[in-house]
Design a protein around this ligand. Structure first.
Ligand SMILES: [Mg+2]
Length: 170
């Protein structure tokens, strides 16, 4: 049986999730990052978007695994059209090396949705907020973070998202 504090925690979690869904809206929602097609990127470019801030976990990769070749191809396509910067709340030394080899700026431990590293990203990209789109799976970190910095926001629904669990499936 659930302990009372677990019940309260679940209730609070559901309530917070509901409030977040009501208050925070992305400008665009897609299932996975590759659903943002070359044509749609061209459309963003026509609307004066010049840069893209990309989240890592559950956006470019899932469950801490390597970035798939499909998503890597997508980055390489997107970077021909837009300046790309990776903004992650996590830290992975393999990714630091990978993005450095690719010549892509990567800010780790970003503490999204705080503004500090969004501003740092703008400085690196040398762009204004309204010239930048943020793409990520998290409504609070990525979408709220982008919205409060006046950026265009794209939410990845993270359909592949799996939660590691010890519970057996019934
Ligand atoms: Mg994420």
């Amino acid at each position: 049986m659930k302990k009372p504090e677990d019940f309260l925690y679940d209730l609070f979690d559901k309530f917070a999730g509901f409030i977040l869904c009501v208050l925070v809206k992305p400008d665009m929602e897609i299932e996975k990052i590759t659903d943002l097609s070359e044509d749609e990127i061209d459309e963003l470019v026509k609307n004066d978007i010049k840069g893209l801030i990309v989240d890592v976990d559950e956006t470019l990769r899932f469950n801490g695994e390597d970035i798939s070749s499909e998503n890597e191809d997508w980055i390489n396509m997107a970077r021909t059209k837009l300046k790309i910067l990776i903004l992650s709340n996590g830290m992975d030394i393999k990714l630091v090396d990978k993005f450095s080899e690719m010549g892509i700026d990567y800010i780790e431990f970003a503490l999204k949705p705080f503004k500090h590293n969004f501003k740092k990203a703008l400085n690196i990209l040398n762009l204004k907020p309204e010239e930048v789109a943020v793409i990520g799976d998290d409504l609070f970190d990525d979408v709220h973070g982008g919205n409060r910095n006046n950026m265009f926001t794209i939410k990845v629904s993270g359909a592949k998202k799996l939660v590691k669990s010890n519970k057996s499936l019934r």
